[in-house]
Design a protein. Sequence first.
Lengths: 324, 196
Amino acid sequence: MSEPGLDAAPGAADIEAAASVWLQRRNFWDWSKEDQAGLDAWLSQSMAHQLAYWRLEAAWNRTERLEALRSAGSETPPQRKTWSAPLKIAAALGISAVIGVTAAYYIMKPRDRVFTTPVGGREIVSFADGTKIELNTDTVLRARMTTDRRTIWLEKGEAYFQVTHDAKHPFVVFAGDHRITDLGTKFLVRRDPGRLEVALMEGRVRFGAVDASPKSKSALLVPGDMVTATASTMFVTHRSKPALARELGWEHGMLVFDNMTLADAANEFNRYNRQKLVIADPAVARLTIVGTFHTTDVKAFIDVAEDVFRLHVETNGNEIVISR
Amino acid sequence: MPKKFESDSADARPSGASMNAFELKAWFVREVLPLEAALMQYLQHNWRNKSDIADLRQDVYLRVCEAALKETPLQTRQFLFATARNLLIDRVRREQVIPIEAVSDLDALDVAIDAPGPERIVAARDELRLLQAALDKLAPRCREAIVMGRIEGLSGREIAARMGVGEPTVSEHLAKGMRALADILYGDPADLRRRP
């Protein structure tokens, strides 16, 4: 490889300037596949381009982490505002086992409150500002309310947010690699392993990545929008009002299936019940079902499987195996 | 003329393992960038012509990363400074036009290597202060755009509307702010620590 020449144009300052233009474009403006291809092409032109970009990106990511810390309001006395959140605070040990070392660090901070629901549980948390958060089954949520901002971490599970908008006290939800910024809103966030869903009922939210990785982009959602994000993909679909209402059926303890496959329906039940449904046959898994069930009424589901689909149901310890 | 630091000396011996481009990025961010403040201090101390510093830093990074693609250095710090030193010596040898006093005190290198780097001093708990000080150092309009984008989560378009300026202007503020933040967060923490 030829020696990197000091005399070769363009200089480091020009390269860094170009890198900064790319970085701000990707973070703050519409970003298409073509834009990404353009950036990739620029990066592949030389290692100097990559290094300059990596450096700016790393610094930028670092400011994000600092911003999350900033919400701790470490300069503000802890007693300034009382939030009436009279719900149970999980033992730090039990929670940290679930959500890992990084989060455990935050939990040590006195101002964080952790709310949990067991499998099948449902809980409403009300805050002094009027904001309500409804936790669905098997959910862990951490809240940090300070005098200048409101930050929530959805560690796992699902929660429905009804946020009292206050531009002076931003409301941000972090879920894995993503962040949802409230702009006056009711929205639903569901976090499963490797997958995040955000549905907007009312108002506006901004959805984007915590870290500006090449895979990420941000979107401004309007009511009816539903985002599904995995580690490498993100897409937005638009749902009708009834379809969105179905997503929220659990608020009333109901599961609403509208042409859902048995496999997906079983997964939904399994979120709420300790006794797990197992669909043993791929052909059976593909059958579709329409109906409304109570979240804990597995018996009704089994009845449908036996009486309507003529399937074989066998209880095996903590498993209910459905086959032909 | 000082002797070149042998890159195969005990301290800088490569581990023998190579990296792919993906691992290189992670390694560069994790191990090299935190040394930038010390590297800048070293370059500034040993090179008179300040306008060369940005290019010198880039070339040190390039050399280190190209080497790391072949063999990952065991001791990043030693390897980085050995590379910097060799680069400066090469420059002096190659460019006869540079007056000899451009290179001062190259033999003081060992001191720079052994001194505790700012990255060891700036503990995690100081990060908040570091960021706030970094923001304070930005030009006012720059800071305004960065704060709206970073903390309030606004898009470029929304920032433009709020600031009452055109979108290209917002782009400039953001790009400038990002560069300044990188310089402050990686290149210049020593200066920040002196601030009240």
